[in-house]
Design a protein around this ligand. Structure first.
Ligand code: PRP
Length: 178
């Protein structure tokens, strides 16, 4: 299944995730890191990024979903699956596929900080520029993109396209608006 045009190729993603993994390994040298994937979209980024992290890491997952239509964030976040691990006193790195309005991230950071981790940071493959509705603290950003609707590499439209090995922009025909 193809999706419109390629915005970020498989090779560009692989190269950037290697750089991010190296940077994370340097920043947390001597520490043990809990990498938390934010399901569902982050599963692919997490798997590929983690293979470039060379310090001791553990993994956990949270599943969240925002209410609203499939292409717009409503701002209301639902926790579908909480962490299995306790995070008090631990270094936590959230992994996301995309930060759009920033509301999901804001909610997660506020919720998880109440559990007193030693530190909590975010690594995201994509950050949409200029659309955040709250200030966003993203320490590791793969690519800054425009406002277009993107799919692939974990990102869906109506639950499809997550398996594309690249990030693509859906055309109007695929979105069913023409
Ligand atoms: C996507 C993405 C982020 C969130 C970002 O998840 O994975 O978690 O939206 O949007 P925001 O910055 O506007 O809050 P989504 O709710 O689509 O669920 P999914 O990961 O299951 O696709």
């Amino acid at each position: 299944m193809e999706a419109g045009r390629v915005l970020i190729s498989e090779e560009e993603i692989a190269h950037r995730l290697k750089e991010m993994g190296d940077e994370i390994s340097r920043d947390y040298r001597g520490e043990r890191l809990l990498v938390v994937g934010v399901l569902r979209g982050a599963f692919m980024v997490m798997a590929d990024l983690a293979r470039h992290i060379s310090i001791p890491v553990e993994f956990d997952f949270m599943a969240v979903s925002s209410y609203g239509s499939s292409t717009k964030t409503s701002g209301v976040v639902r926790i579908l699956k909480d962490l299995d691990e306790e995070i008090a006193g631990r270094h936590v790195l959230l992994v996301e596929d995309i930060v759009d309005s920033g509301l999901t991230l804001d909610y997660m950071l506020r919720t998880l900080r109440l559990r007193n981790p030693s530190s909590i940071e975010l690594a995201t493959l994509l950050l949409k520029e200029g659309v955040q509705r709250v200030p966003v603290e993203a320490r590791y950003v793969g690519f800054r993109i425009g406002p277009e609707f993107v799919v692939g590499y974990g990102l869906d439209y109506d639950q499809l396209y997550r398996n594309l090995p690249y990030v693509g922009v859906l055309d109007e025909h695929s979105l069913g608006v023409c």
